[in-house]
Design a protein around this ligand. Sequence first.
Ligand code: COA
Length: 154
Amino acid sequence: MNPKVTIQPLTKELFKEAVELVLKAGLDTKEEIEHHLKHIDAHYVALDKDSVIGIIGWYQDDMNYAADAMGDKFPGVEVYWIGFFAVDDKYRGKGIGYALLNKLEKAIKEKGAKELWVSSVPETKNYYQRQGFEMLMQGKIGDNPKIFCVKKIT
Ligand SMILES: CC(C)(COP(=O)(O)OP(=O)(O)OC[C@H]1O[C@@H](n2cnc3c(N)ncnc32)[C@H](O)[C@@H]1OP(=O)(O)O)[C@@H](O)C(=O)NCCC(=O)NCCS
């Protein structure tokens, strides 16, 4: 990773820029992105000088978002899931995603987490497997195909 790139907690000052980045990555609507990013202390950003070039966050699934799709494999509402995770397309493939994931794992470990879960589009399956995740199952949330993966936090 370029040594000029730093990882730090999201701040109110960087909120708007972070929303724009997730929007540009096409991960959700502006309203949903703003709603989730309001949990500022659950998000970390990658900065190149002062510009937001990456973001990652965690959430707990107290809305049972994945429960229907996962059935009896649903891990419950206490576990931590990867929320929005994106790196600006000009900066991809340089290890910034890896650094953000690493930061997230450390942060949730401090909260007592033993596992990190992710539900994502099937295209990201190989990426997560290479990052040490095990694919547990496939399913659909609404009409959208999803993979469900988990990684042990050591
Ligand atoms: C998924 C995503 C966040 C990954 O970010 P990234 O910064 O490109 O991730 P990394 O650089 O850590 O890893 C990407 C690849 O670069 C490689 N890489 C890591 N460090 C590297 C380095 N220093 N130099 C070159 N390549 C490197 C990794 O090995 C990885 O290769 P692989 O996919 O063959 O395993 C990014 O692709 C993205 O924003 N995608 C669109 C949004 C999305 O799908 N988000 C996930 C939804 S949950």
